[in-house]
Design a protein around this ligand. Sequence first.
Ligand code: MF3
Ligand code: CO
Length: 249
Amino acid sequence: MINIKTPSEIKIMDMANKIVNTALSEVEKRISPGVRASQLNEVAENVVRKFGAKPAFKGYNGYKYSICVSVNDEIVHGLPEKNKVIKDGDIVSIDFGVLYNGYYGDAARTVIVGDVGQPVRDFVKTAEDAFYAGVSRMKAGNRIGDISNAIQTLVESRGYGVVRDLVGHGIGTALHEDPPVPNYGKPGTGPDIVEGMVLAIEPMITMGDFRVLYDSDGWTTRTYDGKLSAHFEYSVAVVDGGYYILGIN
Ligand code: MF3
Ligand code: CO
């Protein structure tokens, strides 16, 4: 069932996502060679505490941390453990969610550490470009498959892979609500997009094969071929005439 949100619910979700994006920016500032992923987790926890919100991932299906820190070939759900030390030349995907006044916020970005060279810069930028290609199709009257197809077309036109195992999602009083939002698909298919929908749009892309492997920790998801992966996510509302990215103004 797809839950449609009222303007006042969207306002609360805007605030929830402001907290998420503030925390991600604070975490991003701390990312540099030598920093431990566990320290990044603390940075995010301090920000949510200050705002009186709760970290959304902690306790989710038994997940023990507040953020996910996925380095290089790790796609998502990397654990922010002490022995995960950031190095020069890494690309680091950080993913964070909160619960605020009964509503969830969820966002992610990939940060470049030091010198990586232009091909990797272009690759990381493509995750963000794919997000915007997707949301540009997010308006009442379109279908979910229009978003999916726009993301896939952009990513594949640049020669990269789109992860199929993991998808975007509705978000609201639950972290994951209907509908699923795949990052690949056919235009004109899937549920209708209607005003008041809120979706977490989150392309996960790879520099090679789109297939994934799951680590024995039960969480870390990485590329099958060991190539780099990037992730970009915001929660986005369908509003009169188009879309509204939550928590960025
Ligand atoms: N942010 C992830 C998503 O968008 C959820 C991670 S939940 C966790 O779906 F528990 F794995 F952290
Ligand atoms: Co999400």
